[in-house]
Design a protein around this ligand. Sequence first.
Ligand SMILES: C[S@@+](CC[C@H](N)C(=O)[O-])C[C@H]1O[C@@H](n2cnc3c(N)ncnc32)[C@H](O)[C@@H]1O
Length: 209
Amino acid sequence: MNTIQYPSVQNTLNQLHHEASRDMGNVMRGMAKAVFRKLQPSDLKHAYIAISPEQGQFVYDLLIKNNSKHIVEFGTSFGISALYLGAAAKKNGGKVITTEILPSKCEVAYRNFEKAGLNDVIELRLGDALETLKNVEDDIDFVLLDGWKDLYLPLLKMLEPKLKKGAIIYTDNANMASAQPFLDYVRNSNKYQSRYMHHHGAELSEFLG
Ligand SMILES: C[S@@+](CC[C@H](N)C(=O)[O-])C[C@H]1O[C@@H](n2cnc3c(N)ncnc32)[C@H](O)[C@@H]1O
């Protein structure tokens, strides 16, 4: 296991994971708004809905092991997962592009990146991922998908021409019904080697080129 060696990152993560552990009320209130309509990002504007510390550590280890430098994330929220990505990018001499559609979440995430001392390696893009990630550069090493599930497949197809051979896609909440088209694609297109990680609820896919 690789330990994050930047105290400012670890302290920020500890604080944010603590706050996220009290997320349930905000999630329930948000979900209640969407009983008769589709859930909107703004319904969950106060909720972290973040990856767990175990998932963060797993992703961090993977990034260090693979010396991943060009890292892209869909779904910043308040920045928990991006802090793991940013810490690895800093150690590997790389950078992270992460994107979030809600301005209020972007503001808080930006402050968290500053507090952690990572805003030199994390570029935060405000807006719809289908627009903000259009112009990322080639040779992506790692993608973390953790936003609205029906966007997973269109986003992957948009980023695919820019993936490096061997690039890793870590997809959170891959067991949700709206992620099924994405799962069918990574498992059946012969372009990926892909497996479900039950204890994470995430799909781990390697791009075969
Ligand atoms: C599950 S949360 C991300 C949690 C974050 N990865 C973490 O672990 O801390 C998903 C986020 O995706 C954002 N989102 C939803 N649709 C989006 C879109 N089209 N473009 C960019 N962000 C979007 C939501 O506002 C929400 O904050």
